[in-house]
Design a binder for this molecule. Structure first.
Ligand code: FCB
Length: 537
């Protein structure tokens, strides 16, 4: 892999300058967002003229000309994504078993605002209306996940007919709306019964998981042809077992490595089980990735950025494509700690038909060889670098930080449109130009229905986020990347894990008091983009 090149080639000089630039940027951003909101109120969803003032001076922002000229290929699959636990609700209906997320959210003190996913968006009952809205927004693809404990309440054995029936009805509704169903098999909601048997560090889960994947392919594989085994495998293994911020709240680096290894085995076993059950199946991925930029030009920082990329971005991709782990560690991989056995490389190897990944933000990475403790870098804005609760990492020895050079979303993630160009072109180079699906991207802003906008939701910042990011994506396509889809996170506001209802990522606003949906300005805009394959709409 050509790590040295990518680590060097987009290191903006301004990253190494000081805080006065940041202060100026924030002022400009505030001016811009206020102007954008005002212009949207007056003029509908198109690019607000007033908002362009100063845009080009914001680090990372994209010139308006690039946005206006951007075109997407005929047949490009515009979509949205959701996850079972975040939208379905019905947490104990029709025989569904308990998941680790049910257990976590029912534990006092875990979720901001004390909310749970018990009802969420009530998609379990409201899916017909939500699919009708997706159709109205000219959607071509819908990425959803299946709840394992709905299918196998205790994680193994005979499938629950009522659970399968729900997904049968959902898939039919998606197809009736003229939309491609894209199924994520596991988006973090492990049956609690399997956690009680040791969770992902227990390698028996690879076999149980492959059985579950095979059941889905057998019952739904006549209509679903696009399967992604795991959503963000690094995040749920690291956050759940390495640092304990997500369920099952364990914090032991060895458990993280073991969990990650079981997931690699499971990914390979599942691919074979799915293909055995459905001849139409194609299998890819839904990895979380952040392009990594070395903090300085030093060899040590460039090597650290390469290790970040190996650990956080392509660990599971490399396992599937080549049956090995990439160079994420200083020195030999800690095979013993992983529970790696001879022959595992053959089980892990399962070349994917296409490569799917998310893009939200970027990382600045530096070497931490001299530091007493190190962290792998967290899921969201704040890096867990010196975790005193035990999630220490003497193996990868890098520090990953999220810069604040660009504006921040409500979730605290830096907006950096150029990152998607860099990431897509890098993966294209490193993996021999695969077909790419962008499985998620989006931003949290808290705009609400506004009476002076006739009850609509003027969320100009989200439109701006997608407009600039998608312009960068179209540049990557023009430069030869084989990207065939983009899934906005999310179709609708939903339960945002430990953040509860404190973040809103949707193109559709949800009032959780009565489940009323309101399409945001960004939703209408995205609908026009989907219908026209252009961004100046
Ligand atoms: C992604 C997750 C998704 C959602 C978004 C905001 O990392 O896959 O479930 O929480 O972040």
């Amino acid at each position: 892999m050509a790590h040295a090149q990518w680590a060097r080639y987009d290191q903006p000089a301004s990253l190494r300058t000081c805080g006065s630039i940041k202060a100026m940027n924030r002022r400009q951003f505030v001016t811009r967002s206020a102007a954008a909101a005002g212009a949207t109120l007056l003029g509908g969803g198109s690019r607000p003229a007033a908002a362009t003032a100063g845009v080009d001076q914001i680090p990372g922002s994209v010139p308006s000309q690039t946005v206006e000229q951007a075109r997407f290929p005929e047949g490009f699959l515009w979509g949205t994504a959701t996850a079972a636990y975040q939208v379905e609700g019905a947490w104990n209906e029709d025989g569904k078993g308990e998941s680790i997320w049910d257990r976590f959210t029912h534990t006092v003190g875990k979720v901001k605002g004390g909310t749970t996913g018990d009802v969420a968006c009530d998609e379990y009952h409201l899916y017909p209306q939500d699919m009708a809205m997706a159709k109205r927004l000219h959607q071509k693809s819908y990425r959803f996940s299946i709840s394992w404990p709905r299918i196998q309440p205790s994680g193994t054995g005979t499938p629950n007919a009522k659970g399968l029936d729900y997904y049968n009805r959902l898939v039919d509704a998606i197809l009736e709306a003229g939309i491609r169903p894209f199924c994520t098999i596991y988006h973090w909601d492990l049956p609690q019964a399997l956690e009680d048997r040791g969770g992902w560090p227990n390698r028996d889960l690879a076999g149980y998981y492959a059985d579950y994947a095979g059941i889905l392919a057998k019952h739904l594989g006549d209509r679903i042809t696009v399967w992604a085994p795991f959503n963000m495998p690094w995040s749920f293994t690291y956050m759940g077992y390495g640092v304990g911020a997500f369920p099952p709240c364990r914090s032991n680096y060895g458990d993280f490595l073991k969990a990650a290894h079981t997931v690699s085995l499971a990914q390979g076993e599942a691919l074979r089980a799915i293909k055995a059950a459905s001849s139409k199946a194609t299998v890819g991925s839904a990895y979380g990735m952040c392009p990594a930029y070395a903090k300085t030009d030093s060899e040590a920082d460039r090597a650290a950025a390469a290790r970040y990329h190996a650990m956080n971005n392509v660990y599971f991709l490399e396992a599937a494509m080549h049956g090995r782990y990439p160079k994420a560690f200083v020195g030999e991989p800690p095979y013993e700690l992983m529970g790696f056995r001879p022959g595992d490389e053959k089980i892990m190897r399962a070349p994917l038909d296409w490569v799917g990944f998310h893009y939200y933000t970027r990382r600045i990475v530096s070497d931490a060889m001299g530091a007493p403790s190190f962290g792998g870098g967290s899921f969201a804005g704040t890096e867990i670098e010196q975790d005193s609760s035990g999630g220490r990492d003497p193996y990868t020895r890098f520090r990953a930080a999220m810069p604040t050079e660009g504006p921040l979303t409500e979730a605290g993630l830096e907006v950096w449109p150029r990152g998607i160009y860099d990431l897509v072109t890098q993966i294209s180079r490193e993996y021999n130009h695969p077909i790419i699906e962008i499985t998620e991207s989006g931003c949290s802003y808290l705009d609400t229905p506004y009476d002076k906008a006739k009850g609509g939701v003027p969320d100009a910042r989200r439109i701006e986020f997608f407009r600039e990011e998608l312009a960068e994506l179209s540049r990557a396509i023009a430069d030869g990347a084989r990207v065939r889809s983009f899934h906005a996170w999310s179709l609708l506001d939903n339960f945002e894990w430990a953040e509860g209802h404190c973040q809103r990522y949707g193109l559709i606003y949800v009032d959780y008091r009565d489940q009323k949906r309101t399409i945001k300005d960004s939703g209408w805009w995205y609908g026009r983009v989907s219908a026209s394959n252009r961004l100046d709409v």
